[in-house]
Design a protein. Structure first.
Length: 206
C-alpha cells in the first residue's frame, strides 16, 4: 500500500468516522454524566472494538457476517438490545446518585472501557462501513494483514479523535446541568436517546 493510497483512505474515512452513531452518543453521555476525561476510556474501548472489527474484515469474516442475513440480524439485535440496556440503566438511576457519582469521581474506567468496546463490536453499521472501506485499499500482492492493521488503526484513531472532540465540546453543557433538576433532565434525555437509537437500529433494514 502506497502513501498515496493511505492518504486517500484517510480522506474517504473522514465522513463515516465523524458521522453520529451509537459510539458518539456514548461519548456524549459519558462527558455529560462524568467529564471529558472519563470519555477517554469509552473512546479507547471503542477504538479497540473497531480494531477487532477491522481484523475480522481483513480476515474475511466481516464480509461473511455482512452477507449472511441471519448473522447480520443477530448482530443488529444484540447491538440494539445493549443500547436499550444502557438507556434504561441511565434513566432509572436517581439524580442524587448520579450527582454523587460525578462529585466522587466514580466513573469507573474499566466499566467505561467495556461499554465502548461492546458498543463498537455489536454495531453492525460499523462492520458494514469497514467492509466497504478496507477491501478496496488492500493490495493482495503485499502483506494483507499488515495493510489491514494500518487501515483499521487509522479509522479507529479518527473515531477516537471525533469522540474526544464531542466530549470536550459538551463540557459547558455539563457544567450548566449540575443542579438536581438539570441532572434529572440529563438522565432522562440521555436514557431516552440510547433507547431511541437502539430501537432505530433494531428496526433498520439490512
Amino acid at each position: 500500500m502506497s502513501l498515496e493510497s493511505w492518504f486517500l483512505f484517510l480522506a474517504v474515512s473522514l465522513v463515516p468516522a465523524m458521522s453520529p452513531g451509537p459510539a458518539v452518543v456514548l461519548a456524549l453521555s459519558n462527558s455529560l454524566r462524568f467529564s471529558p476525561r472519563a470519555t477517554l476510556w469509552s473512546a479507547l474501548g471503542n477504538a479497540l472494538g473497531l480494531l477487532v472489527l477491522g481484523a475480522a474484515v481483513t480476515l474475511g469474516l466481516g464480509g461473511l457476517i455482512a452477507a449472511s442475513a441471519s448473522a447480520f440480524t443477530a448482530l443488529k439485535l444484540l447491538g440494539a438490545a445493549y443500547l436499550v440496556y444502557l438507556g434504561v440503566r441511565i434513566w432509572r438511576r436517581g439524580a442524587g446518585e448520579m450527582e454523587c457519582r460525578v462529585t466522587a469521581g466514580a466513573a469507573r474506567p474499566g466499566r467505561l472501557f467495556r461499554e465502548g468496546l461492546l458498543v463498537a463490536v455489536t454495531n453492525p453499521k460499523a462492520m458494514i462501513i469497514l467492509v466497504a472501506l478496507l477491501p478496496p485499499f488492500l493490495d493482495s500482492s503485499a502483506a494483507v494483514w499488515l495493510q489491514g492493521s494500518i487501515l483499521s488503526l487509522t479509522y479507529a484513531v479518527l473515531c477516537f479523535l471525533n469522540h474526544m472532540l464531542v466530549a470536550i465540546c459538551a463540557e459547558p453543557l455539563r457544567l450548566a446541568l449540575r443542579s438536581p433538576r438539570g441532572q434529572r433532565m440529563l438522565r432522562r434525555g440521555l436514557g431516552g436517546t440510547f433507547v431511541g437509537v437502539g430501537a432505530a437500529l433494531a428496526a433498520s433494514g439490512p
